[in-house]
Design a protein around this ligand. Structure first.
Ligand SMILES: Nc1ncnc2c1ncn2[C@@H]1O[C@H](COP(=O)(O)OP(=O)(O)OP(=O)(O)O)[C@@H](O)[C@H]1O
Length: 208
C-alpha cells in the first residue's frame, strides 16, 4: 500500500533522513524508532507531504503520494504533532464535523465513549486535560474513513489504561486491513502492534 524509496531530508548541512526505504501493506504496522531528534516526526511529515523531502519517493498504491488528490485524503488519516482544534467546538462537535466532512458512518457517541471522553463530550478543547486532548486527537483519526494511519507518538500523555486501549485498537485496525505507520518511544506499544521497525539513528552532519 505505502512504499517509501530513498527518502532524504536535509536541514542546512544536517541530513536528518538519509535514503530511508520501507514498505507497509494493508493490515501491517511499521514503527519508526530512534532517540529524540533522530528524525521520526520529520519522516512522518514527509510521508504525508506536510514537509517536503529533498529527494526520494513516497508511493501510495503504486502512485506518487499526492495529498491534493481526494482519493489520497480519503485513504489517509494522520495525527502528527501539530494538531489544532477549533476553540469554539466541543468534543462532540469536532467529531461530528469530521465524520460529516468525510461522509463517515461512525457512531460518534460510541467513539466518544470508547476513548473515555463521555464526561467531556460537551466541553471545549481549552477545558480538556492534556491526556483528554490526546484522546480527542485519536478519536479524530478514528472518526473518518482510513486505509492508512500515520501516527506520531500516539501514546503521548495517555495513562496506562488508555495505552492498553490504544494497543488493542491499533491491533483491531490492522485486523480490519488498515496499514499503520507510527513513531513511538513506547516499547510495549511497539511490541504489541508493530510488524517491523524502521530504526532512525539520528542526523548526520555533512560538515563533520
Ligand atoms: N523545520 C526545521 N528546521 C530545522 N531543523 C529541523 C526542522 N524540523 C526538524 N528539525 C531538526 O531535525 C531533527 C529531527 O527532528 P524530529 O522532530 O523529526 O525528531 P524526532 O525523532 O521526531 O524527535 P522526538 O523523539 O524528540 O520527537 C532535529 O535535530 C530537529 O532539530
Amino acid at each position: 500500500m505505502l512504499e517509501v524509496r530513498d527518502l532524504t531530508r536535509r536541514f542546512g548541512t544536517v541530513t536528518v533522513l538519509d535514503r530511508i526505504c520501507f514498505t507497509v501493506g494493508g493490515g501491517q504496522a511499521v514503527a519508526v524508532v530512534g532517540p529524540n531528534g533522530a528524525g521520526k516526526s520529520t519522516l512522518l511529515r514527509c510521508l504525508v507531504q506536510a514537509d517536503r523531502a529533498d529527494s526520494g519517493e513516497v508511493l501510495l498504491d503504486g502512485e506518487p503520494f499526492d495529498e491534493t488528490d481526494p482519493r489520497v485524503r480519503a485513504a489517509v488519516a494522520c495525527a502528527l504533532d501539530d494538531v489544532d482544534f477549533f476553540p469554539d467546538l466541543s468534543v462532540r462537535e469536532h467529531l461530528d464535523l469530521l465524520a460529516r466532512a468525510h461522509a463517515s458512518e461512525v457512531d460518534v457517541d460510541a467513539l466518544i465513549a470508547e476513548v473515555g471522553l463521555g464526561q467531556a463530550a460537551d466541553q471545549l478543547p481549552v477545558a480538556l486535560s492534556s491526556g483528554q486532548r490526546q484522546r480527542l486527537v485519536l478519536a479524530s483519526v478514528l472518526a473518518r474513513p482510513r486505509r492508512l494511519l500515520v501516527l506520531d507518538e500516539p501514546e503521548q500523555r495517555l495513562d496506562t489504561r488508555s495505552r492498553d486501549w490504544l494497543a488493542d485498537r491499533l491491533r483491531a485496525e490492522k485486523a480490519a486491513g488498515v496499514a499503520i505507520v507510527l513513531a513511538s518511544h513506547d516499547r510495549d506499544l511497539i511490541n504489541a502492534v508493530a510488524d517491523r521497525l524502521v530504526d532512525i539513528s539520528g542526523p548526520a552532519r555533512a560538515d563533520r
